[in-house]
Write a protein that binds this ligand. Structure first.
Ligand code: ATP
Ligand code: MG
Length: 394
């Protein structure tokens, strides 16, 4: 039986002039995500996007797995294309196609939508007849119009009639690319991949920046970040990762700055470098995985000091979340198992024994100025390593 996927898009952002832009971007993202699975025709009408496979070899389970992760989709469902656009064909197709779902349910109802007004039967009639046909095939089922376990939907559209059962929950959010560009400061930890996912969900296209301090941090630690970003890219789409050589800066911090400010100064310099990468690549904000009070460098006072270093807005989508809430999302987006692999991060290289939890900004800035970091920042920026992140194999 020929099947397609029907996708319902968000309602809230679909107002006024945004709508067209939103839909166009979503369709583009769908095409791009699915292109390696075969050829598809994509149609958009009445708040529904139809994904129509054009090749026989296409695996619809795989298509659904990808569609599930595309932001801007509220629900999606597989639907059978009735061989003919006639009531007879609808009545035959519905019980056959939904056999499994109908067998599992105790109650059901049928909803019919007729956007082709030339179809000779009206919606209530289509629904009634389809319900009767289903009851003939599954006499134990009961109709419940208020709270059915399964809603069977018949859609009579321009060229075809479609039958669909359960709608599945989509990724929500808004299409990546409609929310501007931002730099995600990505480590190998649990938090920053989740932060990246959350901002991509709000339509932000990501560029990743990772700080590496070889030989204190290993090549494998960097590969871990690449693996994490590949998982994030399943939701956010392809992105570029810049690896910043950070060793000289970290060694200088250790030599020239007071130990209690090591982490803070390091974080400020990360912000400064990330800001310059952002400006150069047309990004309008920075994103971090910080959560208030999680560690000494994430107290309000520490965040004041970090924020001061950059002149771009810093998005911290995890700021009010508990660790467990962050972990729950990392499970959902499949980054947890990679994040917990035990590799060092440059943040853990020279950690002070007694970091200041209530730092005074002026003192931190003074201490930082003694380091003479500007030429080192310049040098690091000139030696960025560029890695293309796509969703192909981990
Ligand atoms: P994460 O789990 O994301 O590593 P964390 O709770 O361990 O976060 P920190 O190590 O203090 O917290 O880092 C705070 C934030 O700083 C991270 O969420 C990330 O955005 C950024 N960051 C930390 N280390 C790096 C790094 N090596 N490269 C780029 N960004 C980093
Ligand atoms: Mg970390």
């Amino acid at each position: 039986m020929k099947e397609i996927i029907l996708v319902k898009i968000g309602e809230i952002v679909l107002k006024g002039l945004n709508r067209r832009q939103f839909e166009d971007k979503l369709i583009k993202n769908i095409k791009k995500t699915l292109r390696h699975l075969g050829d598809f025709e994509i149609k958009n009408a009445q708040s529904t996007i139809s994904i129509i496979p054009q090749d026989d070899f296409i695996d619809l389970d795989e298509v659904c797995e990808q569609v599930r992760k595309i932001f801007g989709i509220v629900t999606y469902s597989r639907a059978a294309v009735c061989p003919e656009k006639t009531l007879e064909s609808i009545l035959k197709t519905a019980p056959e196609y939904l056999e499994e779902q109908l067998r599992e349910a105790k109650t059901f109802k049928v909803e019919a939508k007729r956007s082709d007004k030339k179809f000779p039967f009206k919606s209530p009639e289509i629904a009634r007849e389809t319900g009767a046909a289903i009851l003939r095939a599954f006499p134990n089922l009961k109709v419940d119009v208020h709270n059915p376990e399964l809603t069977v939907t018949v859609e009579v559209r321009d060229y075809n009639a479609y039958i669909r059962g359960k709608a599945l929950k989509g990724a929500g959010g808004i299409p990546v690319g409609t929310g501007g560009n931002a730099v995600i400061l990505i480590s190998g930890g649990l938090d920053s991949p989740v932060a990246a996912y959350m901002m991509a969900k709000r339509g932000v296209r990501l560029t990743a920046v990772h700080f590496a301090s070889p030989p204190y941090t290993s090549e494998r630690a960097e590969q871990k970040v690449v693996k994490l970003l590949k998982r994030v890219a399943q939701y956010s789409g392809d992105m570029i990762m810049y690896t910043v050589p950070f060793t000289e800066i970290q060694e200088t911090i250790r030599e020239k700055c007071p130990e209690e400010y090591f982490t803070l100064i390091m974080r400020r310099l990360m912000m400064k470098i990330s800001e310059r990468v952002a400006r150069e690549r047309g990004c309008q904000a920075l994103i971090t995985g910080e959560s208030l009070g999680q560690v000494a460098s994430q107290t309000i006072g520490a965040i004041v000091c970090t924020d001061d270093a950059a002149n771009l807005p810093v998005f911290r989508p995890l700021i009010g979340m508990d660790k467990q809430e962050i972990i729950d999302i990392s499970y959902k987006i499949d980054t947890y198992d990679i994040s917990i692999e035990p590799y060092e991060d440059c943040c853990t290289v020279f950690t002070p024994k007694h970091p200041r939890t209530k730092p005074v900004l002026e003192r931190v800035v003074d201490a930082e100025n003694k380091g003479g970091f500007e030429p080192m920042i310049e040098k690091a920026l000139q030696n960025l390593k560029k890695t293309y992140i796509n969703t192909k194999e981990d």
